[in-house]
Ligand binder design. Sequence first.
Ligand SMILES: NC(=O)c1ccc[n+]([C@@H]2O[C@H](COP(=O)([O-])OP(=O)(O)OC[C@H]3O[C@@H](n4cnc5c(N)ncnc54)[C@H](OP(=O)(O)O)[C@@H]3O)[C@@H](O)[C@H]2O)c1
Length: 244
Amino acid sequence: MPTVRRNTLITGASSGIGAELARQYAARGRTLALCARRLPALEELRDTLPGRVLVRPLDVTDHDAVFTVFREFAEELGTLDRVIVNAGIGAGRPIGTGGFAANRDTVSTNFLGALAQCEAAMEIFRRQNAGHLVVISSMAALRGLPGAVTTYAATKAAVSALAEGIRVDVVGTPIRVTTVLPGYVRSEMNPEPGRLIADTVPAVRAMVAAVEREPRQAYVPPWPWRALAPVLRHLPARLLKRTT
Ligand SMILES: NC(=O)c1ccc[n+]([C@@H]2O[C@H](COP(=O)([O-])OP(=O)(O)OC[C@H]3O[C@@H](n4cnc5c(N)ncnc54)[C@H](OP(=O)(O)O)[C@@H]3O)[C@@H](O)[C@H]2O)c1
């Protein structure tokens, strides 16, 4: 049975999945360290939560700041028991249509930012010889995708591979690494209701249940995304283009 991970750092906690993770983990009595660029949103969230909640502004594309903020949180709390690498953006443009700047920003946030967060978290976990690294990837990691999400999907494939490599690195140690692959979840990134879009609260409830088991990888919510994973992997390109 995994141990209770008390001190939990969540990036991208000012909205959507990250903010709801904070609500649900606070309700479970965890001590929280929350960061995102929008400090007022974090402070507003903190004021609604029970228990001890630290907040700090952080832009994950400022890589030095990622190391500084993670170290400051670890120092203030004594240990960091779980780090959830969640900050991300969904902006992007089809490749070759003049959208390089947006696509570069997506890589900078979703991949380089995630790399900095994993490095900073693992430095702390290696020193402690304990900790649970949770990387929020996406179902989009499973397949190269067309249109506005080509770069987004590539960044998520990259973070899945990054998490897998770290997991292999720490085999035989007490450190655990979980890759979470959400399907569509209602958030600022995905505000419109739709057939496959899960509401934030139940989707994050499923995410918390999965993360607590500390598996290698989790599709969230499990239905329908676990069943759709092999379909997405093998869908012919023509059909993929029509459905995405
Ligand atoms: N919603 C979905 O359907 C879905 C599906 C699969 C995976 N995901 C993943 O889930 C994660 C959370 O997304 P969400 O759906 O909850 O979207 P969201 O509501 O837009 O939340 C994104 C969070 O990331 C933060 N963020 C963005 N850029 C940042 C930066 N440069 N530095 C620090 N924080 C930054 C935002 O805070 P600030 O703006 O305050 O910085 C915000 O708190 C992302 O990694 C996303 O790729 C979402």
